[in-house]
Every structure is written in C-alpha cells, then in structure tokens.
Write a protein that binds this ligand. Structure first.
Ligand code: TMP
Length: 308
C-alpha cells in the first residue's frame, strides 16, 4: 500500500483520482477551499517554486534543465566542474533518507561551491541569454493560463526559487514572450560589473532547504541607517495582508516558503517528480494535494477557479 499509480485506484485513507493526483484529506481540502472562497480573492496569494514546479521535469524524453543547470558559462572547464557537483549533490538533494540537518549542510556546500565557480569562471549577461535560448526547459502546460487567470483576478504570484533570478526572468522573457504584472521573482540575484561580468551575488544565498529563513527576511521591517524600523518591505506588506496562501512546490522544503506569514489557510500542492515510490508518503504527509507523472498545471487552474 502507499504506492502511487498513474490512472488512480484507492490507497489507505488517501484518495487517488486519475490521472496521478492524490489528496491527503479530501474533507480538510474542501474546508480550506470554502474558507478561502469566503474570504475572497483580495486575501489570496500564490507562492510558487520554479524548477520542477512551474517547469516540466521531462521534456521529449530528456530531463528538463534547472535555471542553474542550463547555464553555459562559455568556459567548458567550469561547466564540467559544476556538472560534476550536480552529479554528486543532486542524488543527496532528493534522497528521502538523509536527516534534514545533514542535508541542509550539504545543500549549503553545493550552492557555495557552484556560485564560487560561476564567479571564478566568469559569466556575462549575453551568455545567460544564449544559454536560455539553447536550453531544454519548458513551463508545464497550463502555467500561462494560471498566470493569466491570477492576473485577471489581481492575485499576486511570488516565484520563490533557490535557482538564479536573472536566468528565471530570462526564461520568462524567452519562453512566454510576455511579463505578468502580478508575478515577482525572489531568487539568487547576480551582480554584474560595468562590463557585464558577474562579480557577486546579492544578499544571503537561497538554497532548497532555507527558503523558510528567507520568507522571514521578506516579512521583516526595513531599517534606516541608524537601525530604526523605517517601513516594511513592500513584498512583505503585500504578503502579510493576504492571509490565504496557495503554495506550489516540488520539494518538502518548499513548504518553508510560507513560514513567517501568519496565514489563516494554506493549500499546499506538491509535484512529485522523482523517487516516487520512496517519497510518496512524505509528500502526502506534507502537501494537501500531490501531483505525479509530471502533471500539467491545469488541475491548479481548476483549483484556483474554485477559490475565487
Ligand atoms: P528551485 O528552488 O527553483 O527548485 O531551484 C533549485 C534547484 O536547482 C534544485 O532542485 C537543485 C538545482 N540545482 C542545479 O540544477 N544545479 C546547481 O548547480 C544547483 C546549485 C542547484
């Protein structure tokens, strides 16, 4: 029991309905939907992870690339060194058996080494544009529909990623050919010098397991140069006013994206992309709804239509 199958079938107290979606507790989900609908759209916000959540895990039989993974520095040695890090650390990232503290240290190590190699080996903004144009990356079907629908409803979307903000924004430009006024990207941001070369990263590194800490940062007041509170980060004001959250992620650590908000209701939707058999139970314990088989975003569009 507990093994998800495409096409449904019932399992334990869990409801599986085709194609490949599982709901942890159908009664609680209905209650959350009702509460969110009653509060209205002006109280709702969407917080979404990027890689493997908004983007597909498989594209024409090949693994979709992440914002980190697609970047070609224009320096073969450094690309190979980052790829070697990926091959070592990615299996650790998705392992369901490594304790969280240990995994957090490993993820810190991975991000630190990768960002170091990006600075040391050199990256230009032109290399980013070229890399995105050649990348194997695609949004899940239904993502544009979802963003358009949320834009019409005036519901903000925070794309919260441990990837690279500059690349994610370039993926939006090249793959969607448009921007959405309600969508904002919070991720690791590069600092370029006057020649357009990467020299540093802004602020604290965001990796897959510390999104909770960054959510708290965003909710914190801005301080003036004397250390006195001097207003609030506009994102955090927006986030705090909207007390109902639809959270989309592909990693249990993504649930931390809503930490720091005292939300009233949260519906968490998880996309389980790999290690399906071993990770299914932990995903279903963590998320209200779990999508399997690299599902489209259409189920989420339908869910939003039931909330607003
Ligand atoms: P996410 O927060 O948008 O899911 O982005 C993080 C993903 O990036 C995570 O699944 C691991 C992946 N990654 C790479 O593919 N290459 C890298 O060098 C690093 C540091 C992360």
């Amino acid at each position: 029991p507990g093994t998800p199958r495409a096409g449904g079938g019932s399992m334990d107290s869990t409801t599986m309905s085709p194609p490949g979606v599982a709901v942890r507790d159908p009664k609680s989900l209905v209650e959350k939907k009702t509460a969110i609908r009653c509060a209205g759209c002006s109280k709702l916000q969407v917080i979404a992870d990027f890689d493997g959540t908004l983007t597909r895990y498989w594209i024409d039989g090949r693994r979709g690339q992440t914002s980190h993974g697609l970047l070609q520095q224009g320096n073969a040695e450094y690309d190979a060194r980052r790829q070697a890090l990926y091959e070592y650390y990615h299996p650790l990232e998705i392992s369901p058996t490594i304790p969280i503290e240990e995994k957090t240290k490993l993820m810190e190590e991975w991000w630190e080494k990768t960002h170091g190699l990006l600075i040391e080996g050199g990256v230009t903004y032109d290399a980013i544009k070229k890399s995105v144009s050649e990348a194997t990356i695609a949004f899940r079907d239904g993502v544009v529909e979802l963003f358009e629908f949320l834009e019409e409803l005036d519901v903000p979307v925070l794309v919260f990623s441990a990837g690279l903000a500059d690349i994610i924004e370039e993926v939006f430009r090249q793959k969607l050919h448009r921007s959405f006024k309600n969508v904002k990207v919070v991720s690791n941001r590069m600092v370029f010098d006057e020649k357009g070369c990467l020299v540093a990263f802004k602020g604290k590194t965001i990796h897959v397991l510390n999104k909770n800490e960054h959510a708290l940062d965003m909710a914190a007041p801005i301080h003036d140069k004397f250390g006195y509170p001097n207003g609030y980060n506009p994102d955090s004001v927006l986030m705090k006013q909207r007390t109902n959250v639809l959270l989309l992620g592909d990693h249990v650590g993504d649930l931390g994206m809503s930490d720091g908000l005292s939300y009233e209701n949260r519906i968490a939707v998880g996309f389980l992309n790999n290690n399906t058999e071993m990770s299914f139970k932990s995903y279903l314990d963590a998320f209200d709804v779990v999508y399997l088989n690299d599902a489209s975003m259409r189920g989420v569009v339908e869910l939003v239509s039931q909330l607003c």
